[in-house]
Design a protein around this ligand. Structure first.
Ligand SMILES: Cc1cc2nc3c(=O)[nH]c(=O)nc-3n(C[C@H](O)[C@H](O)[C@H](O)COP(=O)(O)O)c2cc1C
Length: 214
């Protein structure tokens, strides 16, 4: 896959967007059940605008916050919502998706999902994917301050970081529970730039070609 050598315009609003050509890269975005899931739509849209081929997987809780249709429209691909939704019995989707991906991004990452990964649990599509990854994983936690500062959550975050999952630290600010404090998911632009930098650190795997850019 040949990648463009010249910048191209985007509407993501970021100054780095023009240099962030991601054609040829496959990104798997996992969305968990938090209010910040709506911001992940902006991240997905920006990655698509940069030329990445993006698959989205959603937990059951995530689908209560944002409809799969939103991500399907943004990616022009089916959103993956169930471990059992296999197109071919010999081709488990969690393995196919993670094998093809150059990067997995989890945003928002709930306390629940972080705990599952830290303890090796695989009881739904997203957690099963996160245990079968073959590429870098960026995790963008988002939660209420008391949850973020809970020692069990902190221990789980440390455990997954030590295991090689890369954390995009949450910031401090206005939270969905209408308080101000730590635990706010990193801003979409920071997540987009971290994902872009992580992708561009390596050549794309020889995977499915990205759809042509408009
Ligand atoms: C309105 C609302 C907002 C929530 N926001 C968060 C959140 O930001 N972070 C979090 O860890 N859990 C949050 N939760 C709890 C999770 O949705 C819940 O733990 C769920 O089981 C997570 O499932 P998942 O990890 O499979 O997506 C929220 C729940 C509700 C009802």
């Amino acid at each position: 896959m040949t990648r463009a050598s010249s910048p191209r315009p985007t509407s993501s609003g970021s100054s780095a967007a023009a240099s962030g050509d991601l054609r040829g890269y496959e990104v798997l975005v996992a969305v968990c059940g938090g209010i910040a899931a709506y911001k992940t739509a902006m991240v997905v849209s920006a990655l698509v605008q940069r030329g990445a081929a993006v698959h989205v997987a959603m937990t059951a809780a995530a689908q209560r916050f944002v409809a799969p249709l939103t991500f399907e429209a943004l990616t022009a691909r089916k959103a993956h919502t169930s471990l059992w939704d296999v197109s071919e019995p010999y081709d488990p989707q969690h393995l196919r998706l993670t094998e093809a991906a150059d990067l997995v991004l989890v945003a928002p990452a709930t306390a629940n999902m972080i705990a599952k990964v830290a303890h090796g649990l695989a009881d739904d599509l997203v957690s099963t994917m996160l245990l079968s990854v073959a590429c870098p994983v960026l995790i963008a936690p988002a939660m209420n301050t008391r949850m973020w500062e809970n020692p069990m959550v902190a221990a789980n975050v440390r455990a997954i970081r030590d295991a090689g999952y890369e954390i995009i630290e949450p910031g401090s600010g206005w939270l969905a529970c209408r308080t101000v404090g730590a635990g706010r998911m990193a801003e979409p632009n920071e997540i987009i730039e971290r994902a872009t930098a992580r992708l561009k650190a390596s050549a794309p795997k020889a995977g499915t070609p990205s759809p042509p850019l408009p």
